[in-house]
Design a protein around this ligand. Structure first.
Ligand code: FES
Length: 522
């Protein structure tokens, strides 16, 4: 049977001799469709338009697709099987705004290779890349792209579970393809041949390093969740199937199964261990990775925030791209908002969600349990969507649902409780911490007042929170340019102590308490 896939004005034809699930077809053919729940039928986000000989609508599709969507041949890719010739039309992929800049301290330039090199920060959602002249230490190009592994699930856990059941080959191929694409774009920008690259450094969370190297991640999926590969090692680019075949590769040392080399790199770039006072680093994304330095001790933890802060898992969530509601405030008894590109809103991104929840609390639209208080919400903002009550942004089709609020409560409680647990283990309070560095693209756009208002950050950090950009990427660059920085990073990773939150009584108690929003009356 003939399977034709259309996206962004291109079409590609595949054939199959047996019926095939659309999500399996799209995954195998490396098409950019997001499967946030890994194809388990829970997220209802894997919508495609499909025509031809298809399996009948499932009960879930009948329940969650609108009549209009059914009329337009919208299907859930993970529930629909191609039985004969089929045409699939994928949603347009916007070009994402991905943060590549960050703070880098001064450090000695002691190259471990000659010529040119590239450093990569492989995030669960995005990959940032930097090309450097290894002798001068000058940046020649930088670029970023979505992590192509998103077809295997939006978060680390979904991808690990895919790799445990199906093997790592497809995940490794996806990220290697993505890296090769970035390598050719970087070299094109700098006008140098890929073959002239002699050094590559990769940092990322532990699972990302497992997938890049094709390592079986079963150890990350089973109690006691102790990794069986720590990295902090060299290999060759050709071993990993990368286009820069003459390059040596260094893989940043990770700290534990869920505190990866990206945090090692972030600790290096922020120089937090050099501070005399206690300092916290929070890298908030799908996974919240946290580190606390105080009196020579380095405590870390990782807390599963879920994808809400990246706009995924939210009914009308989207990445921070054109048309996303990115800022919201309470004004004249209603919600006032700004969209990226000053255009008609197409959805809401993570920073907009946090602002919106904070504004709803301020306006009394939400109570401390996270329930909408309909008596306080103006009639024109009241809505219902996804089978639950919702609030509509003025003069738009965009809503925030009760389920979205619940997703935010789970995510913000995970981060806040992780911070409180680290502080508790160190015998500290928020007021004792000199700085809270917030790393990652999300930290740069986060309104810290809103973050405190909804309880994403414990109270008491006002005025001492600073966004440090892509600290992991900057740490990777430091390791690319200096063997001394590699040694320092390895020492930091070995010295860091990880607090396992799932079995920690302080965390469990804090997590329940922090599900509530702080004091709605203030
Ligand atoms: S419902 Fe299909 S990927 Fe989640």
């Amino acid at each position: 049977m003939k399977l034709t896939i259309y996206q962004n004005g291109r079409s590609v034809v595949f054939t199959s001799s047996t019926p095939i699930l659309l999500s399996t077809l799209l995954t195998k053919t490396h098409n950019t469709i997001s499967l946030p729940c890994g194809g388990h039928g829970r997220c209802h986000k894997c919508k495609v338009i499909a025509r031809g000989q298809l399996s009948p609508l499932t009960e879930i599709e009948s329940a969650f697709l609108t009549d209009e969507e059914v009329r337009k041949n919208v299907r859930f890719a993970c529930m629909t099987t191609a039985l004969g010739d089929v045409e699939i039309i994928l949603p347009e992929q916007p070009r994402h705004q991905i943060l590549t800049t960050g703070h880098m301290p001064e450090f000695p330039l002691i190259p471990w290779a000659q010529g040119y090199g590239a450093a990569f920060d492989i995030g669960t959602t995005t990959v940032a890349a930097y090309l450097y002249d290894l002798t001068s230490g000058n940046c020649l190009a930088s670029d970023a792209e979505k992590n192509p592994q998103s077809v295997f699930g939006a978060d680390v856990i979904s991808r690990i579970s895919y790799a445990v059941s199906e093997g790592t080959a497809a995940l490794a191929a996806a990220i290697r393809d993505g890296i090769n694409t970035l390598l050719s774009r970087l070299c094109h920008q700098a006008q140098i041949p890929i073959a002239s690259l002699s050094a590559l450094v990769f940092t990322g969370n532990t699972a990302m390093e497992y997938f890049l190297t094709g390592t079986n991640p079963t150890a990350l999926a089973q109690a006691p969740f102790v990794q069986d590969r720590w990295f902090g090692e060299f290999c060759s680019a050709s071993e990993l199937g990368l286009a820069a075949s003459n390059a040596s590769v260094y893989l940043t040392r990770s700290i534990s199964a869920y505190v990866g080399g990206d945090i090692t790199s972030g600790i290096l770039a922020t120089e937090m261990t050099a501070a005399r006072e206690p300092v916290l680093l929070a890298d908030i994304g799908t996974n919240g990775e946290l580190a606390l330095s105080h009196h020579g001790e380095l405590l870390c933890c990782s807390t599963a925030a879920g994808p809400a802060f990246e706009g995924a898992g939210i009914f009308q969530g989207m990445t921070a791209s054109h048309g996303a509601i990115s800022q919201v405030c309470a004004k004249d008894g209603t919600l006032s908002y700004h969209t990226i590109g000053n255009t008609t809103p197409a959805g809401i991104c993570g920073s907009g969600v946090i602002d919106a929840v904070a504004a709803c609390l301020t306006l009394g639209f939400l109570d401390e349990t996270g329930a909408f208080d309909e008596t306080c919400i103006p009639k024109e903002l009241r809505a219902s969507a996804d089978g639950v009550p919702a609030i509509r942004f003025p003069e738009s089709d965009i809503v925030l649902t009760q389920k979205d609020i619940r997703a935010v409560q789970l995510a913000k409680s995970a981060i806040c409780s992780g911070i409180e647990t680290l502080l508790s283990h160190a015998g500290l309070h928020a007021k004792d911490v000199a700085h809270l560095w917030i790393a990652g693209g999300f930290g740069t756009v986060l309104n810290t007042e809103s973050a405190e208002r909804i309880g994403l950050i414990p109270s008491g950090f006002s005025g001492r929170m600073t966004a440090v950009g892509n600290a992991a990427g900057m740490g990777a660059v430091m390791q690319l340019l200096s063997k001394e920085m590699i040694a320092t990073a390895e020492e930091l990773a070995q010295r860091a102590r990880t607090i396992e939150l799932s079995s920690d009584p302080v965390f469990c108690e804090a997590y329940l308490a922090n599900l509530l929003f702080p004091d709605c009356e203030s």
